[in-house]
Write a protein that binds this ligand. Structure first.
Ligand SMILES: C[S@@+](CC[C@H](N)C(=O)[O-])C[C@H]1O[C@@H](n2cnc3c(N)ncnc32)[C@H](O)[C@@H]1O
Length: 433
């Protein structure tokens, strides 16, 4: 049975399923959901993420992790659990860069990749130096969610002292869609008319939807449709419980609630689909063969964290975060390397893509802390910390695991494009304006 057949079977059994159930099945149904299939990220997949653009992403996160390790008093074991680690590329880049950082950091680093599938990825290529980090892979725990029909994939570890890390995890969680139609609050369902899958508006499946919006102070306008990611609360609770001492570093695309739920800017919400690097915006097609995603409401991630006893230690854009950790310095050093022109240009393009306005640069970085006080973290520190810049001194270079951004398939990243005017960050990482 295909995932589409399973969806149709469920609709026939109950007339309609919520959009969240539809999305959860399309992405994660064990018998053929999108994320159970072959690698979907990278040049042969449907989209790419920051680790694929350039290894500087992992390198600079390693610099931030090094400071966290210092803040925690250089523990002999510092565990990084990467949730939604995908093909393990970020793990590989972080652990490789960590191997060159000072002190016993690399020896202390125990890195665990967690994803829905236990099958390993390129993290296996991580340094095998016995003095380097140890790397393991675990599958997330599958259990029934609080709404009965929804699956919740839990963190398979407890007592963590270190950092829970994720890049583009929360945007893959199934979302409910709600709207205000003729003055009444409705939820979007998926149903069948004859043979055709269609949307239908019905009473909300749970009071949590209205409660979430009311708690955020959001009132929908007539005709406005928004997504609500109920999985965030469970995930933050789970993460806070899994962590004994340390940090939760979340990178994703999204906004604070007042911006995300703006009728003027996003009247139809942010749900979208990707197929072969093209934004297709057609969730009911290519079921199980295309990615489906919605922007994250970071206000809810922060609120849920406060409820669970976490401190919000910083929130900024990816462009600013990477600049504060030394991205401009890495670019400077890159140009001083004796690389062939094409390789130099490819690396420069990849680094710039990480901070591109309107693209990865607009992603957000949130760090929450538990039992670590309120340290000033380098990623949020301005002017840029000299200690951070000192650690960002070895330039990591693109290899076969990353994306050939220069090779025609990604025209926005062409060699001829002059990026610099779009950046307000000079080489010292400070505002050029
Ligand atoms: C958009 S991909 C991002 C992959 C990777 N972090 C990157 O940046 O390239 C989302 C990943 O999260 C995984 N995932 C989704 N929900 C999860 C959960 N609850 N626990 C662990 N992994 C999950 C998916 O299987 C998928 O590999």
């Amino acid at each position: 049975m295909t995932v589409e057949e399973e969806i149709r079977r469920r609709i026939l059994a109950s007339r309609a399923i919520t959009f969240a159930e539809f999305m959860g099945l399309a992405l994660f149904w064990p018998g053929g959901g999108y994320y159970t299939g072959p690698d979907h990220i990278g040049s042969s997949g449907d989209f790419y993420t920051s680790p694929h653009a350039h290894p500087a992403f992992g390198a600079l996160i390693a610099v931030q992790l090094h400071q966290m390790w210092q803040v925690m008093g250089h523990p002999a074991t510092f565990t990084v659990v990467e949730l939604g680690a995908g093909n393990g590329l970020l793990c590989r880049d972080i652990t490789s860069y960590a191997a060159g950082l000072p002190g016993d950091f690399a020896r202390s680093l125990r890195y665990v990749c967690v994803d829905t599938l236990v099958a390993g990825g390129v993290e296996r290529e991580s340094t095998r130096d016995p003095r380097g980090p140890t790397v393991n892979r675990l599958a997330s725990l599958l259990s029934m969610g609080p709404l009965g029909g929804e699956h919740h994939r839990g963190i398979p570890l407890r007592g963590i002292k270190g950092c829970l890390l994720s890049n583009e995890l929360l945007d893959a969680f199934p979302v409910h869609q709600v709207t205000l139609s003729q003055g009444s609050f409705k939820e979007v369902y998926v149903t069948l008319t004859g043979d055709v899958l269609e949307y239908a508006l019905k009473e909300p499946s749970t009071p949590r939807l209205a409660t979430r919006l009311a708690g955020l102070g959001i009132t929908l306008a007539e005709g406005q449709t928004v997504e609500i990611n109920l999985g965030i609360d469970d995930w933050v609770d789970d993460a806070a419980e899994a962590l004994d001492i340390g940090f939760i570093l979340t990178v994703d695309y999204g906004r604070v609630a007042s911006d995300l739920y703006s009728m003027d800017d996003r009247p139809r919400g942010t749900l979208t689909t990707f197929y072969r690097h093209t934004q297709t915006d057609s969730p009911l097609q290519r079921i199980g063969r295309q990615d489906m995603t919605a922007q994250i409401d970071f206000t809810t991630v922060m609120n849920a964290g406060i409820q669970a006893g976490l401190e919000t230690l910083g929130f900024t854009t990816q462009a600013r975060f990477l600049a504060n950790l030394g991205l401009p310095r890495l670019r400077d050093r890159l140009t001083a390397l004796d690389l062939p022109r094409r390789q130099l240009a490819a690396n420069n393009t990849g680094m710039l893509d990480l901070a591109r306005p309107g693209g990865l640069g607009d992603f957000k970085v949130l760090i929450q802390g538990k039992n670590v006080g309120t340290p000033a973290l380098w990623g949020f520190e301005e002017p840029v910390s000299e200690q951070a810049v000192a650690l960002a001194s070895n330039v990591p270079i693109l290899d076969a695991g990353h994306l050939p951004l220069m090779e025609g398939r990604y025209p926005h990243a062409s060699l001829e494009f002059d990026w610099d005017p779009f950046y307000d960050i000079d080489a010292s990482g400070r505002d050029g304006s």
